[in-house]
Design a protein around this ligand. Structure first.
Ligand code: ZN
Ligand code: ZN
Ligand code: ZN
Length: 313
């Protein structure tokens, strides 16, 4: 199954890498994937993984649209090695994931660079948004959802905990106001409280209760994929929801401890206990350089990177 979980950078990311970084700064494996990426769709990878055509792909295609912490990487005004790195995997937008099936696409969170992330990684459809919590690095791009209203000529359901939706109404009051002085182009969003698993794009999305410091937030499981960002503790009742995963994406902010995020050691320890076939870390600060840290991680684990795509049952 590991072959089926092969990861790729999108063609666009490679083009950007090729134009902004010297080739000797890109690892050999990256260059190989670059050639595959030029096909624009990873059909050759399907064959390599034992699938004869894209109709036979596993059900879920998951793309990490952003893997950075709230400041993003590079950070404004920082001259550290990671912020000046030529490795495209060290350029991290704020956290977001796109989950696609043959029936549609779901975004988890709407970070401030949402428009740029959708353009960079070919997201042209969104059937629903799931919110993990209301922190600004996860919601600031909400207005960019307007574009999907236009493309699909429909309102967009946005699911979250009731407290998250209340905060979104406070942060974006114009969305549901009848203010006649506001220009017409508001996003059409239906805020829907999450009370349990949701059926979306032909799959069941199960919320996972998590603690982000003292704040209750949620992650999500769909099929054998789970996404747990902004977490510093997993409550007892949530561990069974993390059994038998192909891929786990888990918060790992930095090496030093932090009151509301797993640091790298805590994330690795948690990932070992969960035991997913592969674990990619996200919400990464500038203290963690991609290549350097990946050399130190246990087998089956790695820092995620923007544009990373994998397939899941
Ligand atoms: Zn830096
Ligand atoms: Zn947060
Ligand atoms: Zn965050």
């Amino acid at each position: 199954m590991l072959d089926a979980l092969e990861t790729v950078l999108s063609a666009r990311l490679y083009r950007r890498a090729a134009s902004t970084a010297s080739t000797d700064a890109i690892p050999i494996a990256c260059l190989f994937r670059n050639l595959v990426g030029l096909a624009r769709r990873p059909i050759r990878l399907c064959a390599a993984a034992g699938y004869d055509s894209c109709d036979m792909l596993p059900e879920l295609r998951i793309t990490l649209l952003g893997t950075g912490t709230s400041h993003g990487v590079p950070m404004i005004g920082c001259t550290c090695d990671v912020c000046r790195s030529d490795d495209p995997r060290d350029r991290r937008n704020r956290p977001c994931v796109c989950i696609q099936s043959r029936q549609g696409a779901v975004l988890i969170d709407t970070p401030p660079e949402l428009r740029l992330q959708c353009l960079a990684f070919g997201v042209r459809r969104c059937d629903a948004v799931l919110y993990t919590h209301h922190h600004i690095d996860h919601v600031a791009g909400l207005d960019d959802l307007r574009r999907f209203n236009w493309l699909q000529d429909a309102a967009l359901p946005c699911f979250g905990q009731p407290a998250t939706l209340d905060r979104l109404r406070q942060m974006f009051p114009y969305v549901h106001d009848d203010d006649p002085s506001y220009p017409s182009a508001k996003p059409r969003l239906d805020f829907m409280p999450i009370n349990g698993p949701l059926e979306l794009i032909g799959h069941r999305f199960t919320p996972i209760a998590l603690w982000h410091g003292e704040m209750p937030v949620i992650g999500f499981r769909v099929g054998r994929f789970a996404y747990c960002t902004d977490v510093s503790r997993i409550p007892d009742e949530s561990w069974p929801l993390l059994d038998d995963l192909d891929v786990l994406v888990l918060d790992a902010l930095r090496k030093r401890p932090h009151p509301t995020h797993f640091n790298l050691d805590e994330a690795v320890e948690t990932a070992l206990r969960i035991g997913a076939q592969r674990t990619f870390f996200t919400h990464i600060a500038h203290e963690l350089g991609h290549a350097e840290v990946n050399r130190t991680l246990p087998a089956g684990m790695g820092l995620g990177f923007d544009g990373q795509t994998f397939y899941c049952r």
